[in-house]
Ligand binder design. Structure first.
Ligand SMILES: [Zn+2]
Length: 137
């Protein structure tokens, strides 16, 4: 896939930072450890997992995960979660069919019979389960 201007910009920025870091000298050990630690699963990703199963492509280096989209006949995982992008921090987007939304939207789509108060209660319960899972991970 061709790189978008944004990606090229980011690549150039990383190159500049690497040049800068090379001038500064060896990286302290604690920095390396921090950089290698993958970002934790977000609550949105937890919700997506409970509704659609584990991601087809989990945990990229920026914490992004992809699912086979349940809203269209998907073969390549088009359903994106991109917590590293500020505009998609708590949102999902399908590059195949254009469906998008947040955690509650996904619940609404996949549990259509559930009314608002039950959805809210479930969301609170899932949030607690999530906090527990992240803590013990
Ligand atoms: Zn889709």
């Amino acid at each position: 896939m061709p790189k978008s201007p944004k990606e090229i910009k980011l690549t150039n920025r990383i190159k500049r930072l690497e040049t800068l870091l090379a001038k500064v000298g060896p990286t302290p050990a604690e920095w390396t450890v921090a950089a290698e630690t993958k970002p934790a699963k977000t609550f949105l990703q937890y919700v997506a997992e409970r509704l659609m199963g584990p991601p087809a492509k989990p945990g990229g280096s920026y914490g992004e995960s992809y699912w086979i989209c349940v809203f269209h006949n998907d073969t390549n995982p088009s359903f994106h979660t991109m917590p590293h992008k500020p505009e998609f921090k708590d949102r999902w987007l399908c590059f195949g069919c254009g469906m998008r939304g947040d955690g509650p939207d996904l619940m609404k789509e996949l549990m259509p019979g559930e009314d608002w108060s039950r959805r809210r209660a479930r969301l609170l319960q899932w949030r607690q389960d999530y906090e527990r899972e992240v803590k013990t991970a």
